[in-house]
Design a protein around this ligand. Structure first.
Ligand code: UDP
Length: 325
């Protein structure tokens, strides 16, 4: 298969590119390097079935040309990271809505399978854990930019499903839960790379809010395998799927685990949300995926659990660059 990955120089995109090449597919990456990095695709550049172009997802000529060349589009290009979203709300909304609209329009014109990466953020403040794909989305007020991100990704989902219904465009919508592993940058606020960096430097580990909030961390290799399995499954078309890991840990327990695994002397400090993000910031107390749907359809089961993920991330930060699982 000829595959296009928008956002392919990003953390998840580059892991996907690697896995697709390994499975024998041709891979073309379109990325504007806004949050992605050449370092992520450097090891792939020598591969004969790999090519890339540095361009933005809102450049219609580039999108049209690349969609034309492929059989499947994995659309991952998006504004990501809670910190970036709060600092650049216009870019977040424009990239997520206009970019996805272009990809879908061109995929529809050329009848290409479009795999759209959405996010668990769309569940918003819902407390109905574990989150099922059919559950209500509970978003907050419009002056909190976090919800603009959730809303922009929800619009992407609506649009993808509308193209499927109205024009028969084959689409698959994936709600990615917290996805982690070696190569993820802490620059946009993601918790694991930040905690690991702080612990290795013996700096205070900064827990935002009470620390009782919990997340489920999915290994990027598991998530990428789930994406590829769904793309290869005809019955996935027209569906929305949670993807990630369903084992839950509080952020305080995560900080303690990172400190133990790194033998760090770091203190663990708590910082109020208002100080860490912006005034009135709202966090979700729990975020747990219901993985029944993807498990029933393609037998998806997370294989790599948090302690092993953290060891890989710690080795990566120490520069050992152990080969990912
Ligand atoms: N967090 C933290 N310290 C950090 C970065 C994040 O305590 O240095 C918290 C954040 O407030 C949230 C959780 O860790 O409760 C996960 O944050 P992340 O940005 O990784 O993902 P989110 O689930 O918020 O999208």
């Amino acid at each position: 298969m000829r595959t296009l990955i928008t956002g392919g120089a990003g953390f998840i995109g580059s892991h996907l590119a690697h896995a697709l090449l390994k499975a024998g597919h041709d891979v073309f990456v379109l990325d504007d390097l806004s949050t992605g990095s050449m370092d992520n695709i450097e090891p792939l550049k020598s591969h004969l079935r790999f090519d890339y172009s540095i361009d933005t997802i809102t450049n219609e000529a580039a999108v049209s040309e690349q969609v034309d060349r492929c059989d499947v589009v994995y659309h991952l290009a998006a504004a990501v990271g809670v910190r970036l979203i709060i600092e650049a709300p216009v870019r977040t909304i424009e990239t997520n809505v206009a970019g996805t609209e272009l990809v879908l329009r061109h995929a529809a014109a050329k009848r290409k399978l479009a795999v759209i990466a959405s996010t668990s953020e769309v569940y918003g403040k819902s407390t109905a854990v574990p989150f099922k794909e059919t559950a209500d989305l509970v978003l907050g007020a419009t002056h909190q930019h976090r919800w603009a991100y959730a809303c922009s990704k929800a619009i992407d989902e609506f649009l993808a499903l509308a193209y499927w219904k109205e024009q028969g465009l084959p689409v698959i919508v994936l709600r990615l839960f917290n996805t982690v592993g070696p190569g993820q940058t802490g620059r946009y606020g993601m918790v694991i790379p930040n905690f690991v960096r702080q612990a290795l430097a013996h700096e205070p580990i900064t827990v935002f809010g009470p620390g009782t909030q919990s997340r489920c961390f999915g290994y990027v290799g598991d998530v990428v395998r789930g994406m590829m399995d769904l793309a290869a499954e005809p019955h996935a078309v027209g569906g929305v799927f949670n993807l990630g890991n369903d084992r839950e840990i509080t952020i305080l327990a995560l900080a303690e685990l990172v400190r133990t695994l790194t033998n760090s002397e770091s203190k663990i400090v708590t910082i109020p949300y208002d100080e860490a993000y912006e005034s009135g910031f709202e966090d979700m107390p729990r975020r747990v995926p219901d993985l029944t749907k993807v498990s029933n359809l393609v037998g998806y089961k997370p294989r790599v659990q948090l302690p092993e993920i953290l060891s890989l991330v710690i080795d990566h930060h120490r520069g050992k660059h152990t080969k990912a699982v």
